[in-house]
Ligand binder design. Structure first.
Ligand SMILES: NC(=O)C1=CN([C@@H]2O[C@H](COP(=O)(O)OP(=O)(O)OC[C@H]3O[C@@H](n4cnc5c(N)ncnc54)[C@H](OP(=O)(O)O)[C@@H]3O)[C@@H](O)[C@H]2O)C=CC1
Ligand SMILES: O=C(CO)COP(=O)(O)O
Length: 320
């Protein structure tokens, strides 16, 4: 038995995938009307339309009903994770909590496991991240993810619990690397989408992805991440997926910036707030992150895409 808190696209997809092992899965929705809709339609029409919810997936609206010590996957957006934990602190304590969000909190500079540690010290924090689109997971397409947990034994148990026939889980204790890979790749995906939206070409995108990967490494290694984590699913893997697929909301958001079009403000775009949080931290640590800086300036409207490209191309020539 396992529980997923948050019935957005990703939480629902993970719940469906976990249910495919035959075990009971509880999926928590914060909005009772949404829960009722899902119970009646056996589908999450709001967030993940077109996929049936299996019979062994139970929709719940009270986190207090989840059995003690059972792991809970936390599938709220990054900037909402704190609110969710504050509200449900008692129900979530004393168990493994697996963050399924990507990013850095704007108000504190913390990643998901840092927020869990701060608010629910009795929990065992972990993060599930890596290249995967919710619809792919929900349709049972093969996917590989990284589970990062500083507690080695808890990490092993979670790896077993979260593996499904189509979802292969790799394990690490490097939460810093796993979190930063997932956070920075969304910033670079916005930049990649902008370059493609403006018609600057695939060669420019490849350069941006590579130099974006260098930014990811610069910050993460300084913070103690391991190089192999960044080269793995949660870093390079997710960067490659998100910077090249129109399934990605961060990429599509970037495309609309590049085309000078507006974008639906209700769509979750984690890289927007995270780019600002990463840049704040980079400035504090005196780390050079020019692509992140350009993304933030474009989001603030202080720089147009063409100017951003000129800025990046006119930087002093240096060794790779
Ligand atoms: N979608 C994907 O393909 C993937 C997503 N992720 C990550 O998963 C995370 C969630 O994204 P995703 O599921 O796609 O987002 P969605 O936009 O589909 O859904 C967001 C969900 O979070 C809920 N929520 C919002 N605020 C709160 C809150 N304060 N407390 C509790 N729940 C809240 C929403 O509830 P309500 O509906 O009631 O508003 C909704 O169910 C992101 O960090 C994303 O990067 C990772 C890999 C793949
Ligand atoms: O994280 C993801 C793919 O791994 C999903 O990307 P988006 O949030 O950009 O849709």
């Amino acid at each position: 038995m396992i529980a997923v808190a948050g019935s957005g696209a990703f939480g629902t997809a993970l719940a469906i995938s976990l249910a495919a092992t035959g075990q009971g899965v509880q999926l928590w929705a914060r909005d009772p009307a949404h829960a009722d809709e899902m119970r009646q339609a056996r589908e999450n029409t709001r967030r993940l339309p077109g996929v049936e919810l299996p019979d062994n997936l139970q929709i719940i609206t009270e986190l207090e009903t989840i059995a003690a010590e059972m792991p809970v996957l936390l599938a709220a957006p990054m900037q909402r994770l704190r609110d969710m934990l504050v509200l449900h602190k008692l129900a979530l304590g004393g168990r493994p909590l697996v963050a399924c969000c990507k990013g850095v909190e704007l108000s504190t500079g913390l990643g998901p496991t840092g927020i869990i540690e701060e608010l629910i010290p009795s929990a065992k924090p972990a993060i599930l991240t890596g290249p995967s689109f919710a619809t792919d997971i929900a349709h049972g397409l093969p996917t590989a993810l990284t589970l990062a947990c500083r507690d080695r034994d808890a990490g092993r148990a979670l790896q077993q619990a979260l593996t499904t026939p189509n979802l292969r889980i790799y394990r690490t204790t490097d939460t810093v690397g796993a979190e930063l890979g997932g956070a920075v790749k969304n910033v670079i995906a916005i930049a990649s989408g902008a370059v493609m939206g403006a018609g600057l070409g695939e060669s420019a995108r490849a350069a941006l992805m590579t130099r974006g990967f260098a930014e990811m490494q610069r910050m993460a290694l300084e913070l103690g991440a391991r190089p192999d984590t960044l080269a793995g699913l949660s870093g390079f893997g997710d960067l490659a997926l998100t910077c090249t697929s129109e399934q990605s909301r961060n990429y599509r958001y970037g495309q609309s910036l590049g085309r000078g079009e507006s974008f639906d403000a209700d769509i979750t775009v984690e890289g927007a707030a995270t780019s600002r949080a990463v840049l704040d931290q980079a400035r504090e640590m005196k780390i050079d992150m020019p692509i992140t800086e350009a993304v933030v300036a474009m989001l603030d409207g202080t720089l147009q895409l063409r100017q951003a490209m000129e800025m990046l191309l006119s930087r002093p020539l240096k060794e790779e």
